[in-house]
Structures are given as C-alpha cells and as structure tokens.
Design a protein around this ligand. Structure first.
Ligand SMILES: *Cc1c(COP(=O)(O)O)cnc(C)c1O
Length: 386
C-alpha cells in the first residue's frame, strides 16, 4: 500500500534550482534599510560596510544596489574583497578597513583603495607606493582609542605625525576609530573613547592636518548615539536588517534582507521509540512524522540547532530533531498537517505571518547574527529579488 502510494509520487523532486537550499536576498529591503539609516544621520556620509561578502549577502550585488541609490562609500576588510568589487566594476570609494601588509601597498594604491592606516610603519611604504601618482593619495588614520584592536594609540600619535611629515605623497583625508561598547548606550567606555578621539584629532590639527572625514559610528552607534555620527557613519549589520541591539527597533524600522530557505527532501512516518540521526540523540516518544531537509552545518545551519532550533513550514513551527549533519537536518512534522516532500521551509526569515530572526537563531547557538550570516555556506546560492 505504502509502496503504491510512493509509486504515484515522482521519485526525485525537481526545481528550477538544482538544490533548493538558498539564501534569498531582498534588495528592496536592503534599499529601504539604507534609506531609513541614512535618514538618522543626514549630515554624515554613509559608508556601507560590505566586508565578508556583505555579511554573506553577496558584496557585488549589494554594493551595486546601494551605489544605484547614491551610496558613495564602501568598506571592506581585505584587499581581496576590494579587488572583487573593482573587478565587478564598482567605481565608488572603497575603504580597506581591516589593515594590510607592506607587500599589499602597491596594489591598493593602483586600485585606488583608501586604506585605514593603523600603524606608522605603513606610512613610508604607502608613500613610496603612491610616489608615481598625481595629487596626494588619500588615507584615513585609524586611532586605537581604547578598543585595543587595530589602530595607532594616542600615545604613539606624535611619532606617526612626525613620520607623516616626510610622506609627501599622502593626504590624511580621514581619521577614525572603533568603539568597543557601542551597543551599550550607558557604557562609560564609549565616553572615554570619544574623549581620546577628540584628543587625537586635536593633535593632528595642531600639526596642520585638516582631515575632512572624522568617523566612529558602526550600526549600533548610528542608531543609539547621534553624538558619534561625525562626518561619516560606517553601517554593516543594520543595513542587512538586523538590529545590533534590541533597543534599535524603537528608533528605526529594519527589514531582514536574507531569508534562508530550503524544501523538504523526504518525509517519513516512524513509530514511537525511533532514534533519529547520528547518535540517536533524539528518540521519538510517539508515532511521528520526520522531515529530512537538504541543509546542514556545511551550509551554515549550525549543529547546535538540534537544541531548540525551529523552522517555518506550512504556517507552523517545526522543531529540529536529532543531530544536524553536514548536509542534512531532520525536523519533527508530526504537528504539521499535510507536510510533504517538496514543501518550502524557512530556516530564518519571514514566512506568512511568522518570522524567525537570525538574531534568535544565533542566540540559540551562543553566537551573534553577524557570525551566522557570514558563515552561510559557499554552496548556498544567493538568489536576488527586487
Ligand atoms: C565591521 C565594521 C563596521 C560595521 O559594524 P556593524 O556593527 O556591522 O555596523 C564598522 N567599522 C569597522 C571598522 C568595522 O570593521
């Protein structure tokens, strides 16, 4: 009987996309987020942070979509990321925020990438790389005002200023820093950092430098701290529609840009007492319907989601059961009437009335949505909608 039922179904389901596990990227939502965030700091320039392949959303498509909206500044972490954008025809300003090594200097000058300079030893290297160019090569000085990450400390700044005096081919166009605790509006650390930043900027001005762009704010500071907007904001996570802190939702409407989805690959009925997946960490307590999804940790669907993970299917939430595998994950569909192979499944993002936030998924596995988004696997196609 079951065999005859099965015979009526096509054995292998097929869709336009070979494997229906994909990240749908809503470019309209991206643009709406961009406009909403820009409206919070109309006096400031907007740098779209598109490092790590635009937090997993696809740097080329995201950057082009934002450039069409008038965004003129793009931030990346590595020279390789900058090269990808130049190769894709992005002519706007690209900033290399993540530091660089001496041997990368000639290429970044050649490609017109504006580096954040975080160490005075990089100055002579850049200066000689820029020697052949007409006009000063723009750089932004990255100050370490207390995050203790990349940057020139205020103590080391006088030496850097001395070095700069010999760099005839460089123009200090910007000065920036990174806030360690922007997400906590009451943090005294931010106040101290802003104080140190002012001090650094003052030292540069006394030395006769006139940086055009001072910038400090990431997403959280853009939304929570108007006093940190200065001349430019550097926005990543919020652009992709995720609030960096919950309080953000009171100030600005953000729409998640990525929906991570798949379709059921197989549905099976099993009796009570059936062990599911590696190690049988889940055993059915009742006759159950188990769905197999073609997604696993190699796609960025975290192994920890066997504890508390849920997916959206047919207007229901179905729990993940058993160990998440490299390529497959099981869900309990016993409470989902009519579930069948081929049904669309949302892993995170919206579906009908309901939505699963990447922030909530991240929380379940002890991480943050930043990490979740940028570790969506390379084999997951990004599909663009607008
Ligand atoms: C990644 C990054 C940002 C963006 O941070 P979000 O919290 O995603 O807005 C801003 N500035 C620097 C230097 C960064 O590395």
């Amino acid at each position: 009987m079951a065999e005859r039922e099965a015979a009526k179904q096509p054995k292998i389901l097929s869709f336009s996309c070979a494997r229906p596990t994909l990240a749908e990227i809503d470019l309209n939502a991206l643009v709406a987020n961009y406009q909403a965030l820009r409206a919070l700091a109309v006096e400031a320039e907007f740098m779209a942070v598109v490092k790590a392949d635009a937090y997993g959303h696809g740097a080329v498509e995201v950057s082009h979509a934002l450039a069409r909206e008038g965004c003129r500044h793009f931030g990346v972490a590595t020279l390789g990321e900058a090269k990808e954008l130049r190769a894709a025809g992005l002519d706007e300003r690209i900033y290399l925020m993540g530091g660089f090594f001496a041997q990368e200097a000639p290429e970044l000058v050649e490609l017109d990438i504006v580096p954040f300079v975080a160490d005075q030893s990089a100055l002579p290297v850049l200066d000689s790389a820029a020697a052949g160019r007409a006009g000063g090569f723009p750089i932004h000085l990255k100050l370490d005002t207390g995050a203790t990450r990349l940057g020139i400390t205020v103590e080391d700044l006088p030496d850097a200023i001395q070095t700069l005096k010999h760099c005839r081919h460089l123009t200090v166009e910007g000065v920036c820093t990174l806030l360690a605790s922007a997400a906590d509006p009451s943090s005294p650390v931010t106040q101290r950092q802003l104080g140190a930043f002012d001090q650094g900027v003052e030292m540069l001005r006394c030395a006769g430098l006139a940086p055009r762009y001072l910038h400090v704010a990431n997403s959280a500071a853009t939304v929570l701290r108007a006093d940190a907007h200065f001349d430019m904001i550097r926005v990543g996570l919020a652009l992709y529609g995720l609030p960096p802190v919950p309080a953000v939702v009171n100030t600005v409407k953000l729409t998640p840009v990525m929906t991570f989805k798949t379709r059921l690959l197989q549905v099976k009925r099993v009796p009570a007492g059936t062990g599911v997946s590696y190690g049988h960490t889940f055993v059915t307590r009742r006759p159950s319907v188990i769905g197999v999804m073609p997604v696993g940790y190699a796609d960025g669907y975290r192994r920890g989601l066997q504890h508390g993970g849920e997916v959206l299917i047919r207007g229901h939430r179905a729990p993940v059961v058993g160990a998440v595998c490299m390529d497959l994950t099981m869900v309990d569909l016993t409470e989902v009437p009519g579930a069948a192979a081929g049904d669309p499944v949302v892993l995170w993002g919206g579906s009908g009335e309901d939505a699963i936030s990447a922030n909530d998924v991240a929380h379940l596995v002890g991480t943050i949505s930043y990490e979740l988004l940028c570790t969506v696997g390379r084999r997951v196609p990004r599909v663009y909608r607008n």
